[in-house]
Design a protein around this ligand. Sequence first.
Ligand code: PLP
Length: 483
Amino acid sequence: MTSTNVLTIDTINPHVRTAEYAVRGVIPQRAEQYRATLAKGEGKDLPFDQVIFANIGNPQQLDQKPITFFRQVVSLLEWPDLLEKEDALIGLGYKKDAIARARTLLKEVKSVGAYSNSSGAPGIKQSVADFIERRDGYSADPAHIYLSAGASSGVNTLLNVISSSPSTGILVPIPQYPLYTATLAVLNTKCVPYYLDESKAWGTNLEIIKKSLDDARAEGTEVKAIVIINPGNPTGASLSEDDVKAVLKLAAEEKLVVMADEVYQTNVFIGKFSSFKKCLRDLQKEESGKYDHIELASLHSVSKGMVGECGHRGGYFELVGFDPKVEAEIYKFISIMLCPPVVGQCMVELMTNPPKEGEESYEQYKQEYDGTYEGLKKRANALFDAFKKMEGVSCQDPQGAMYLFPSITLPQKAQEAAKEEKMSADQFYCIKLLDSTGICVIPGSGFGQAEGTLHFRTTFLPPGTEWVGRIADFHKKFMDEYR
Ligand SMILES: Cc1ncc(COP(=O)(O)O)c(C=O)c1O
């Protein structure tokens, strides 16, 4: 680099500089350095011999097994010549329905090396619509389904289209997954935070939302949309049907577009998932005309749940109630990127149209799916039990998603030590945890938290439960040291 560089930290887009994305920030980078040191056979003086990445919901990096049926199909999509050798495939353990599905998908996309339609291959959008209809009991129209490169790209599309000027505001839950605040920062759009209610298992509190909305509007912000993450990241909260309907009612009264991020819809341990789409259709049926004008975008992904195929970058969003001219602009926006990855689209098809009872792959699919679900639930509860026993730590019941977000009360001495190191107290705690145990978690400040509170977020994805005990041991020593 020379002083004549055109691009310097001062000349790049300042909005990129402003954006923050803690789940891949300083602490995970330090964890990665530890991992690389250990991989080289160095770091004998470290107090751990393995790094546990509990910082990000990346299931297969943490040994969640892919679903066999999905991978059998995808392997054939990648090398269709194998379909000429069906007997050999069966000898290798491929099931006939996997072979048949690969043939159907290849007919649909021709080759996974070819671009598809910008909103996704029509047959795959039909599978998504059928899935939504089975899930909600209300029809879905493939014309309003847009496949995307993971839910992230769908969020990016929607926020870009909604952000018409720097005075546009979007209501975002706090704590939140930093995709939202980071994208809004890049777009120079106002994030209008509304706090989730920790005392009510991190649920939505309408009074709080309304106050944030009114305050923002009073300051001249044109609040156009509300983001809801259900089940929640980082909180793990799962909203009841009544909570979802209450948000929809507010959106109808206040004229807000609803963006429902539902990527964790199958990661629910307590109660049952209620989609915004279903709740909207229920409301529309109950009170004719009153909710017809709501604009709802709901997002889903292959990255989470028992699928966990984040690396394949597949997802979709469904639009309800959008003006056709706006939809045409959304279509144009996504077409600038040509199309989402075609293998990712096929993953979406497999997720939304998995083997059915009676089909050859069904038993194995169900066994793998249930095994992963039970494993996640067991680890969530093991972590929760450990947190319950830790001094100054309180945690909501594990309801859903892949995370726990305990609140921590740290001794004054620890807070002062953090200040001396120019860190927030939760960051200080998380760095000490990493340095002592190799376990990487993210401080609550990376997601936003109410003033005066401290938290950290951990996934419960890492295999086994031994590492949970290591957090408890560290915590005790930390508290004793700073008491
Ligand atoms: C709430 C939420 N939305 C969206 C995403 C992005 O998922 P994808 O991999 O589908 O882009 C994540 C990833 O962790 C998430 O937690």
